[in-house]
Design a protein around this ligand. Sequence first.
Ligand code: FRU
Length: 434
Amino acid sequence: MGGDCKSPGSAFEGSNPSRNWMNDPNGLVFYKNKYHLFFQYNPLGDQWGNMSWGHATSSDLINWQELPVAISYTQTHGIFSGSAVVDYFNTTGFGTLENPAMVAIFTDHQHDGQNQSQSLAYSTDEGITWQIYQGNPVLDLGMTDFRDPKVVWNTVNEAWVMSVVKPHEHKVCFYQSRDLKQWQLLSEFSNKNGTDGVWECPDLFPLAVDGDQRKIKWVLFVSVNPGGVTGGSGTHFFIGDWNGNEFIADDLTTRWLDYGRDNYAGVTFADAPDNRKIYLGWMNNWDYAKDIPANPARGAMTIPRELSLSMIDGKVTLLQNPVKEILGSAIGDETFTITPKDAKSGIRYSNANGHLVEIGFDPKTKEIYLDRSGAWYEIDSTSIHRAPFDPHEKSFEIRVISDTGSIELFAAGGQVAITDLLIPSTAAYRVTPF
Ligand code: FRU
């Protein structure tokens, strides 16, 4: 896949389609040594519309091969966000035990805006060609907004469990099924005092705290738009327990996955090897996605990130870090040590015309910040994004994944992430500490 946001041949070559519009990652699943990334895609243009599932695969999460459109819109329906699983036990009967089907569970969005329901399609050739299930929809509440099913094989339930949202009601609904076709409501999770905007793209998954399999906690991702921490689109999450019926949050604190403006609708891969929990997000914001100067493709994904939980200062804390496969790749990847002083300190990325991006720590406000004002033009948006951070050590590290079109910051072992698109003047960077 070539093409990129103003930077052909850049490190991010491959994380976006070669042409046209892309938004949410969909159907993330690992099968036969390949990571499959499906994505919201307009096969006909570089603006949102004709929503279909595009498709790309990778064996290392870094280099991606773009494949033909997997599931196409029809005259009546768009194929909205959803997930994919490999049906190893052939619970659907779509494949065989020898050659299990890959099953996509997506939202069928009626073009006239009157209905959203959940539907299935399946593939027995590793996601290349797809059959639409004749019994669709499999879950229809007759609602105009009911979307983004994330289905996984849940080891507590020993059944398929779907997380799906009623966006305007700020509810994640959990359903269970034995065959992906008949779904039974288990419970609904909501946060009455929560964010504005609509809830989208949920994901519920377990992680072992500090790798200890006896200490499993469940994480629930919910993307919100608008109402994100830096305005517009953002993803928040809850940590809690899953008892086979309900998700019980430890508390209703709003925890943000990313403090930048450009990481939305992220979800995790199913069946990643070695129990790894890997996610990526759409590197954009609905506030201005349609205006990002890009040609011939508009839209990119974040670097894939590995998730873990760790007990830090007595709190179960979600950590996210670029996947290890990034090491040795051509992607811009630098780590800096910050030793907080009385005044702000950090690093500046600049070119001959001056500063582009400043990354630093402000001891007065106890914030890590990313200031993209030198690399942001034309589009109305905030440019300084801050994440609260109270360092307990003398120093901490900030890792920066950089491209001409984006910057992704990971601080203190992945406790803080800030992801921002850039609209740069030139690609050449100089790095200076201050
Ligand atoms: C999130 C979202 C989803 C929807 C899709 C449509 O960005 O709005 O809720 O399924 O995009 O493209």
